[in-house]
Design a protein around this ligand. Structure first.
Ligand SMILES: Nc1ncnc2c1ncn2[C@@H]1O[C@H](COP(=O)(O)OP(=O)(O)O)[C@@H](O)[C@H]1O
Ligand SMILES: [Mg+2]
Length: 322
C-alpha cells in the first residue's frame, strides 16, 4: 500500500488515475454481483456521459459515481458513518435507499435456491448494529486498520442493511476506509479484482464466519486481497508513469508544436478522449483540438472510433495495459 501511494505521488498529476482505476474497480465489483460489462463499454459509456448504454454498464458506472461521491463526502465532512453507507447505496442503486424495516431478506444459493443466511430485521435493530459497526471502525484500537476493514466488511454484509446493493456498498466502503485512514490519498485500489477472481472463496469465508466463527481465514483472505491488489495496482501505476514519459518524448519529437503537459495528462485521464475534453481543459479551441487529435492518430498514439455522431480517440497503449 505504501509503495502504491509512493508511485501515485510520483506521477505529474496523480488525479489522472481517478477515472481509470475506479472504472476498473466498478467493473470488478459489479461482476461479483453478476452485472457483467466490458472495459470497452464502460469507458465508452463514461466518455459519452452514460448515453445509450445497456443496464449492466449503467450500473457499473453508478458504482464509480458512488465511489467518487463517497470520497468527496469524506473529504468534506471527515466522517465515516451510516449516513455515508446510505448515500453510497442510493447512488449505486440509482434511487433513494433506506435501511430495511419490516421485510426480511434471505440470502440464497443462486443454483439450489437453498437459504444460506437470514440477516437481522427491523430498522431500529439494524440502525443500532450499524452504529456499533461504524464506532468500531472509527475507534483507534490495537487492531491495524486493514484488520478493522476486514472485520467490518464481514459485519456489514452480515447486517445486510439494505434490500439490495449491500455487496457493492460494502466494497466501496472498504476502499474509502483505506483512504479515510490515510493509507491511500486517492481511492484507486482495485480491491474487487482479487475478490472477483476468488468470489466462491469470498462467499464461503463469509458464511464460515457466521456458521463457525472462523474469523482468521476471512481476515487473511481480505489482507491477501489488499496485498495482491496493491501490488497489481502499483505495477500499473508505475507502467502508466513510464507510458506517459514515452508518449511525452514521442510527441515532443514528432509534433513539438502541439505538446503540452495538459494535453498529455488529458490523454491519460480520459483514455477514451473526445474533442470536448481538450476544449474543456483549455488546451485548444474545437477545430485546433480536432487537428491535434488527428495528428496523435497519425503518430499511432491514438485510434479514432466513431460512436454515433461522436468521435472517440482511444489511448491504445494505456488501454492495452488493462
Ligand atoms: N452468507 C453470507 N452472509 C452475508 N453476506 C453474504 C453472504 N454471502 C454473500 N454475502 C454478501 O452479500 C453480497 C450480495 O448482497 P446484495 O445486497 O445483493 O448486494 P449487491 O446488490 O451489491 O449484489 C455479496 O457480494 C456478499 O458481499
Ligand atoms: Mg444484488
Amino acid at each position: 500500500m505504501a509503495q502504491l501511494e509512493a508511485s501515485t505521488q510520483l506521477l505529474s498529476k496523480p488525479s489522472i488515475l481517478l477515472n481509470i482505476l475506479p472504472l476498473l474497480e466498478a467493473k470488478g465489483s459489479s461482476e461479483i454481483e453478476n452485472i457483467i460489462t466490458t472495459t470497452d463499454k464502460l469507458f465508452k459509456g463514461a466518455a459519452l456521459f452514460h448515453k445509450d448504454i445497456d443496464a449492466a454498464t449503467k450500473e457499473a458506472l453508478s458504482y464509480k459515481t458512488a465511489l467518487h461521491s463517497g470520497y468527496k463526502s469524506i473529504e468534506a465532512t471527515q466522517t465515516f458513518d451510516s449516513q455515508l453507507a446510505i448515500h453510497i447505496c442510493s447512488i449505486v442503486q440509482g434511487q433513494p435507499m433506506h435501511i430495511r424495516s419490516k421485510e426480511p431478506v434471505f440470502l440464497t444459493n443462486s443454483r439450489s435456491g437453498e437459504k444460506i443466511y437470514t440477516p437481522p430485521t427491523g430498522q431500529d435493530l439494524i440502525t443500532k448494529k450499524l452504529t456499533n459497526l461504524f464506532d468500531f471502525l472509527n475507534q483507534q484500537t490495537e487492531f491495524d486498520p486493514l484488520v478493522r476493514m476486514a472485520v467490518a466488511h464481514y459485519q456489514f454484509e452480515a447486517i445486510h442493511p439494505f434490500h439490495d446493493g449491500n455487496g457493492r456498498t460494502g466494497r466501496i466502503l472498504n476502499i474509502l476506509f483505506l483512504s479515510h485512514q490515510n493509507l491511500l490519498s486517492l481511492p484507486i485500489l482495485y480491491l474487487s479484482r482479487h475478490i472477483n477472481n476468488n468470489r466462491l472463496g469470498y462467499y464461503e469465508l463469509i458464511k464460515n464466519v457466521t456458521e463457525e466463527k472462523l474469523w482468521e481465514p476471512w481476515i487473511l483472505f481480505m489482507l491477501n486481497a489488499v496485498c495482491e491488489t496493491a501490488t497489481w495496482t502499483n505495477e500499473k501505476v508505475i507502467r502508466i508513469g513510464e507510458l506517459m514519459l514515452e508518449m511525452k518524448n514521442k510527441i515532443q519529437t514528432n509534433a513539438p508544436q502541439i505538446y503540452s503537459d495538459a494535453l498529455l495528462e488529458t490523454l491519460f485521464e480520459q483514455p477514451y478522449c473526445r474533442i470536448a475534453n481538450l476544449v474543456d481543459n483549455e488546451i485548444a479551441k474545437r477545430q485546433t483540438a480536432s487537428v491535434y487529435l488527428k495528428q496523435l492518430c497519425d503518430l499511432g498514439i491514438l485510434k479514432e472510433f466513431k460512436v454515433g455522431r461522436e468521435k472517440l480517440y482511444v489511448n491504445l497503449d494505456l488501454m492495452r495495459l488493462f
